[in-house]
Structure formats: structure tokens, C-alpha cells
Design a protein around this ligand. Sequence first.
Ligand SMILES: *Cc1c(COP(=O)(O)O)cnc(C)c1O
Length: 366
Amino acid sequence: MQFNDLNKQYKSYQPEIDAAIQGVIDSSSFINGQEIQLLEKELAEFAGVKHAVACSSGTDALLLSLMALNIQPGDEIICPAFSFIASASMVSFYKARPVFVDVSPLDFNIDPAKIEAKITTRTKGIIAVSLYGQCADFDTINAIARKYDLWVIEDGAQSFGGIYKGKRSGSLTDLATTSFFPAKPLGCYGDGGAIFTNDEAKAMKLKLLRSHGQEKRYIHKHIGINGRIDTLQAAILRVKLKYFEREIAIRQEAAMHYAQLLEGQVLLPEEAEGRKSVWAQFTVMIENRDQVREKLAEKNIPTAVHYPVILPKQEAFRDDVLTNEKYEVAGLLAETVLSLPIHGFITSEEIECVAQALIEAIKENQ
Ligand SMILES: *Cc1c(COP(=O)(O)O)cnc(C)c1O
């Protein structure tokens, strides 16, 4: 069994993906090929925004967004204490300061009720991650941002395709980012990412920033980076995007099936009212997580821990030394979360097999 069966996905789209790759090779347009513009148009349409800017990774999408927002050393940016490191680390990379906020036990995303206490005169914006595929509570977060004149970025690396009150992830904030890392809900065959916005000036600036701030050949308006996506990845993504809705539906069915089978056995993730997760991960909370995980590994059931250490405690930040803060919910999640296999090609039999093995492993460890 695979945690995320990318080979099965490839096999089912193989003729189209092979043709798309061959097309790029035949054109020799490896950089800035026309597939990129076509992909950007399709991504923007899918997300329901005016502009999508494709780039080299989800991390670079965050970096480019912070560059476009002109953050400065010393600025403070609100970030969730429990997530993948990229959003907070790109803030630190800029010598700005990620100010961590604990997450909510309901959706595992940044807890809006705890944001205002962390806002100071140096605060410039909020990065909210839509963890495991479920959007954060953006109505409340945007209202706080308006009150204090802050910008909001959605880190939608795990939530592309997710829905919040009828709108897609990517369309809810000033800027939003996603990742096309192979294991994300919409993945390419290497690194890739995108930024979404309705702000035309920002979109134009992002396009310059991803290409060394270059306006015309060797004429540079801004300090930028090499943050382009390559044409091969764009061509592959265009094929996968056509079938993405179907894969999302299978992930959603799989999550419902898991929830049915595991009801009463483990603490289950829940979708908040008005939100539809893309289930990038199906992540349960269990005691004795590490022992249960080992038992499952013995039965060849792959699992993952997203994430074992909360961000403020990472050596890279050492924020816990600085602030002495507890982040209780984040800490509990880091000790108990376990992600089960889920992807767009998982079968009912596989789900039943995982659920049964998990229930047995929990019993054996009680
Ligand atoms: C994967 C991920 C990223 C980074 O994406 P890359 O494409 O790997 O750089 C950023 N934020 C979150 C929440 C992620 O899950």
C-alpha cells in the first residue's frame, strides 16, 4: 500500500502526460514556454481569481509574496504555531519576525481568537495556513486584518481546491500561495507553486520578481530571484488539472469512509460549517501515537506525522526561549497526530484495511 499512490495516478493519465512532456521537448521551450501562460489562466479560473502567477515552489511563492508586500527587517508577521516551516521561515529569512499564535482544536488552523493579543505597532500582516486541506477561518481573520490595517496571505499549499463559504482556497485573501510538490493534492513531477490575487499591480510585480525583476531583457526594475516554474511542470499540471475535481471527490469520499469506520475509536478531524476540505491529509489524533504507528508499519501500512515539533520550538527559530509561551493546542497536536494514507486513487478496500489495522493497533497499545 502507498501513502500517496502517484504511480497509479500516472498510469491512468499516461498517454496524455507522455504527450504533454514530449510536446515540450519537441518545442525546446523549456523556460517561459506557452504552457505556463495557459496554466496560469486555467489556475486563475479554477481558483476564481483574476491572476495566478506560477513559480518554482510553494516556498518561493511565499517568498515572492513577502517581497511583493515589501516586508522589512523588524516587521512582525503573525503565523500559526503548528504547520510546515515554510511560511514562518520565509518571514525569518527576511529578518522579519514570525509571531506565533496557537491553533484551534477544531480545525487545527490558526485560532483567530488568539490573534489580536499578538498584534503590535510592528505587525504588518497575517499568514494563515489552511492545514491538511481545510481553509482557515478567513472571514474572521480578514476582519481582524481590516481593523488593524494588515494584509493577509493564505498559505494554501495543502488546500488548493478546498472551499470556504462557496469560494475556493486561493481567492479568500490579498495574496494566496500554493505548492505543486508531487505529494500535494495537485502535484507536478518536481517542484512548482503558484500565487493567486485579484490585484493586477501585485500580479505584474510578482511576474517581474520571479524573473530577477526583469522588465525587458537585461533591464531590471526590482531585486528579484529566479523563481520560475519550468514548462515541463506546467504541461504536466495542465493534464492533471483536468481531472482534479474527480480526484478531490474521491478524497472526500475516502475521508467520509474513514470517519464512518473510525467513529468512536479515535479523535477525528472535522470540517467546519461552510468549508470543504480537499483532504491533503486525513489526520487523526491518538494517544500512544508512536507505538501505534510502529504497529501499523509492521503491517506495511504507511503513515506520517505532520508535524512532530511545533514551530516555536524548532531550533531554527528558538522562539520558545524568547517568549516563554505555551501553545498548548499545537503541543497536543504534535504529540498525537497521525496521517493515514489518502489520495485520489485510494480504494474502499484499502481504507477498510487501514481502519481495521488502526483499531487493532490502538487496542494492543491500551
Ligand atoms: C508543502 C508546503 C509548503 C512548501 O511547498 P514547497 O513546494 O515544498 O516549497 C508550504 N507550506 C505548507 C503548509 C506546505 O504544506
